[in-house]
Design a protein around this ligand. Structure first.
Ligand code: COA
Length: 123
């Protein structure tokens, strides 16, 4: 996260409830030469995976405090984060077994592209 803060185009959105943090979402554009798509299965063309630093916004994390979930905050945080971005597309990753979260993102209009290698527990 700390390295990301210095990335060009980094953006974070927060939600507050009374004095506390209720949720957040943040991300940054993929840099030119990013390894985000390395090992993608099924493989996509170089046209798809090539990054310029201005092409793809990567949503790195979205979270809402358990007591505040189910009230639309997660969706609002995501919408706010992406609204006004100038990149042509956005990407995010989940762990492969997070089926409910994957369904949620599909309902929100995200499309499954494939899997990239990682250790257990990684997205
Ligand atoms: C994923 C997360 C951010 C969603 O936050 P939220 O504020 O509950 O989101 P919303 O209220 O906007 O609801 C999101 C969707 O989940 C559904 N949902 C909410 N609470 C639910 C519950 N208790 N059971 C089942 N579905 C539920 C909603 O119906 C909604 O679906 P829809 O948009 O198609 O109607 C939150 O659950 C969270 O922080 N999870 C842990 C962190 C995490 O997994 N982040 C994603 C990393 S990739």
């Amino acid at each position: 996260m700390w390295g990301l803060l210095a990335s060009p185009g980094f953006e974070a959105v927060t939600a507050r409830h009374e004095a506390g943090l209720a949720g957040f979402a943040y991300g940054a554009p993929l840099s030119a030469g990013s390894r985000w798509w390395d090992g993608l299965e099924p493989a996509e063309s170089a046209d798809f995976t090539s990054e310029s630093g201005r092409r793809t916004f990567a949503v790195i994390d979205l979270a809402v405090r358990p007591a505040r979930r189910g009230q639309g905050l997660g969706r609002r945080l995501m919408d706010e984060l992406l609204a006004g971005r100038r990149e042509e597309r956005a990407t995010l990753a989940t762990a492969p077994d997070e089926h409910e979260i994957q369904s949620m993102y599909r309902r929100w209009g995200w499309r499954h592209v494939g899997r990239t290698p990682g250790r257990p527990g990684e997205t």
